[in-house]
Design a protein around this ligand. Structure first.
Ligand code: MIC
Ligand code: SF4
Length: 640
């Protein structure tokens, strides 16, 4: 039978399950990655599993999110991560080396391999044909222990690319266009597999920009074939031996298909406050821009920053605009320096930031009050920039650089002759010596500063639940709404009691007081609840505070999995309009002993009304929730 590329890789890694869309499968995982903000929790959980060494082909621990090190908390976390890596056979990438996804693409991602990462943008590695999936830290810890990664078999969408990018259009504009067409829910339960003659027009870093932002579609992952372009990229990176040619079988079938003509793509922006509110740049021409930020795992490659430097060359950033640039890796930075491109950047008045996530996760670089910020990032949720009333526009590096010079959005027709899209140079400087590779045998002591607090223990799910609705929120609540980023809060990622104080702090200051008073509760939400980041703290925090059930119209994939992992019951309303019948503080009763996997059940409101709810849980997911979470569940299983 002819298989598409996604099915081929899944088939090769299938440990159990039936490859029918929607059914549970278990996959063998070859590689894992973590970053510091989710990594401490992942490794605390790894330690709780109690194995002497990781069982994956490769596991890498990156420090890139909170590199500000204000006070002892982050340096403590980073030292903890370094000591865990040395002890358990994990490659360590110290702060400042670069952004996890950019570094992984350049140094470690391999076509045809499976990768899970405790960061939602792990699919970036799909740019070289890896099947790369974002997951919660606990799922990553279990994969390091050699356990299968459990997910629902995705449907595969064939994204057929034809034509070639024209004018000032770039890969970022392609994904912004797809987001506008399909919405932030458009990829739910699906893998976006790119094929067609247009694939050839895109370099690996351009492909990676597209797979990176597949996360914003809600897709399980996105993948490109591994072809001559991939071979060339791996050769230049000194990794030709990692190459295998991979693509769909001739005549392979897909669950859905969309066609995109690259020649018709125009420079785009996603308007505040969602990545799918796309508009052509020409239509917002004249809008003043107070700040421009270029970087993030979406657009911080050599090609992205070279074209930025070329546009800035000999020009000055507008006096009304602040331009910040964060290269994706030290290799990118060294290439810019070697070719004197850094000089063009610096002379324009741009500020050069560390090779890290920086302003993307709110580590400084917040825009002015009510400011407009044009960013080459992937998320523009309200408040994520650190300025609640700022409006963030997501754009390509080309558009961003133009905004910086002009101090406003301008019509691409006025930008003059388009510059050729840069190609990687031969013999780029290596940064391999910056990674700390583990010794074969290690008795490294684990460093645990006072910020590393033991994991809380959770009890079994009670059979009879009488719960007040602790918060009623609307559609598209992101994990940034549930638990904000930023330097202050992210510094508490290894301290659950402390970080829990910030749950919903940005949207409802009274939530904490309310839930502490009732001691337990239920969260009521709308569509696409939990979109965005993989941070499991958005599930752990509520669980710690006593949330037992999250009842919504629909869930985003990674957050739903995190809820299950921490023993919170995810339920959906059979009839979405019943959402209107339930209010904050209403008391709901649920009998969990009557729940059976994948079935509907009734919950009762205090005023005697019955509301029908569904669970789409598998038998093992229900058992995990009843056990009080995945860690409790696997403890009985004794992993060896
Ligand atoms: C993000 O972009 O939101 C993050 C910060 O990278 C998160 C991970 C985190 O919250 O630590 C993600 O995308 O998973
Ligand atoms: Fe870092 Fe931003 Fe990418 Fe998240 S989206 S990994 S914060 S650069």
């Amino acid at each position: 039978m002819s298989l598409n590329l996604t099915q081929k890789i899944i088939k090769q890694h299938l440990i159990y399950g039936d490859m029918k869309p929607g059914l549970e499968i278990g996959l063998k995982i070859d590689q894992t990655l973590t970053q510091d903000a989710t990594g401490t929790m992942a490794y605390l959980q790894w330690e709780a599993i109690g194995l002497p060494k990781v069982k994956t082909e490769l596991s890498v621990s990156y420090v890139d999110h909170n590199t500000l090190q204000m006070g002892f908390k982050n340096p403590d976390d980073h030292k903890y991560l370094q000591s865990v890596a040395a002890r358990y056979g994990i490659v360590f990438s110290p702060a400042g080396t670069g952004i996890c996804h950019q570094l992984h693409l350049e140094n470690f991602a391999v076509p045809g391999r499976t990768l899970i990462g405790s960061d939602s943008h792990t699919p970036t590695a799909g740019g070289v044909g890896s099947l790369a999936i974002g997951a919660g830290g606990l799922s990553v810890a279990l994969a390091m222990a050699g356990e299968p990664y459990v997910l629902n078999m995705p449907g595969v969408v064939r994204v057929f690319l034809e034509g070639k990018l024209q004018g000032h259009a770039s890969a970022k504009d392609v994904i912004l266009y797809i987001l506008k067409e399909l919405s932030v829910k458009g990829g739910t339960g699906k893998v976006m597999e790119y094929t067609g003659p247009g694939v050839e027009d895109l370099s690996v870093p351009e492909r990676a920009t597209i797979t990176n932002m597949g996360a914003e579609l809600g897709a399980t992952t996105s993948i490109f074939p591994s072809d001559n372009t991939t071979k060339e990229f791996l050769r230049i990176m000194g990794r030709e031996r990692d190459f295998t040619s991979l693509g769909p079988d001739p005549g392979a079938s897909y669950d859905e298909e969309i066609k995109i003509n690259l020649s018709e793509i125009k420079p785009m922006a996603a308007q505040p406050h969602m990545p799918d509110i796309g508009i052509e740049i020409s239509k917002i021409s004249g809008l003043k821009v107070d700040q421009v930020a270029i970087g993030s795992c979406t657009n911080s490659s050599y090609s992205d920053l070279k074209i930025t430097a070329q546009i800035l060359k000999g020009k000055k950033v507008s006096l009304d605009t602040d331009l910040m640039i964060s290269p994706g890796s030290k290799q990118v930075l060294k290439m810019l320096a070697r070719e004197n491109l850094l000089e063009d950047i610096l002379d324009s008045g741009a500020r050069l930031l560390e090779c890290s996530c920086g302003p993307c996760i709110g580590m400084g670089g917040s825009p002015i009050s009510k400011g407009v910020s044009a960013r080459t990032f992937n998320r523009n949720f309200e408040g994520r920039s650190g300025t609640q009333d700022a409006g963030v526009y997501l754009v390509s590096p080309v558009t961003a650089a133009r905004c910086a010079i002009n101090g406003k959005f301008t019509d691409p027709d006025t930008w003059g002759q388009p510059l050729p899209r840069p190609k990687l140079p031969e013999n780029p400087p290596s940064i391999r010596n910056l990674f700390i590779f583990p010794e074969e045998k290690s008795d490294a002591q684990i460093y645990r500063g006072p910020n590393i607090v033991p994991l809380p223990r959770f009890e079994l799910l009670p059979e009879k639940l009488e719960l007040p609705v602790s918060i009623k929120c609307g559609d598209n609540i992101s994990t940034d709404h549930i638990l904000p980023g930023g330097a202050e809060i992210t510094a508490l990622r290894s301290n659950i009691p402390a970080i829990s104080e910030y749950i919903f702090s940005r949207i409802d200051k009274e939530f904490i007081t309310r839930i502490k008073k009732s001691g337990q509760g239920i969260i009521l939400g709308g569509d696409n609840y939990g979109q965005g980041s993989s941070r499991e703290h958005a599930a752990l925090g509520p669980r710690y505070l006593g949330v037992k059930v999250v009842l919504v119209k629909s869930f985003a994939r990674i957050h739903r999995a995190n809820l299950v992992n921490f023993g919170i019951l995810p339920l959906t309303l059979t009839n979405p309009s019943d959402y209107e019948l339930i209010g904050q503080d209403d008391q709901l009763s649920i009998d969990t002993s009557t729940l059976s996997p994948g079935e509907t059940t009734n919950i009762e409101t205090a005023f005697g009304k019955h509301i029908q709810v569904k669970n789409d849980l598998t038998a093992s997911e229900l058992a995990i929730i009843k056990a009080g979470g995945l860690l409790n569940y696997v403890k009985n299983k004794k992993i060896k």
